[in-house]
Design a protein around this ligand. Structure first.
Ligand code: FES
Length: 146
């Protein structure tokens, strides 16, 4: 069901943990499937120097958060903004269709962390909108998929 890359990221995830005094922290989750993702960012001179995550959830959610944090390290905020859940899924050699929604959690957590960073620093990030927890809708009926 899962690609080798997904399994690798799930069994041996990189960037797990938290960053003390992170410049941006974002949490998204869904009480229905119980998955929660938290992303920590260290940002310096507009560049994401470090990224870590904690994910309480399914294997696809863990794999996508590991891959996402790997992808955004060393990228500018603008470049990171361009990383979609689809790009993360592609970097994992795809996700089963019923698990695509799990990759949305990674994109949303990143955006929530960037929003937190922007708020703390009184800046505006182009194209960034306040985090809304629309995962509640996205995840409707996912219990049986777990
Ligand atoms: Fe994978 Fe909800 S994020 S089941």
């Amino acid at each position: 069901m899962y690609s080798e890359k997904v399994m690798e990221c799930f069994m041996n995830p990189q960037n797990v943990g938290e960053i003390e005094n992170a410049d941006g922290v974002g949490t998204v989750g869904n009480p229905k499937c119980g998955d929660i993702m938290k992303i920590y960012l260290q940002i310096e001179d507009n560049i994401i120097r470090d990224a870590k995550f904690k994910t309480f959830g399914c294997g696809a959610a863990i794999a996508t958060s590991a891959m996402l944090t790997k992808m955004i390290k060393g990228k500018s905020i603008e470049e990171a903004m361009g990383i979609t859940n689809k790009a993360v899924a592609e970097a994992l050699d795809g996700l089963p269709p019923v698990k695509m929604h799990c990759s949305c959690l990674a994109e949303e957590a990143l955006k929530a962390a960037l929003w937190n960073y922007a708020e703390k620093n009184g800046i505006t990030i182009e194209g960034l909108t306040p985090p809304v927890n629309h995962h509640e809708e996205d995840h409707t009926g996912t219990a049986e998929e777990n």
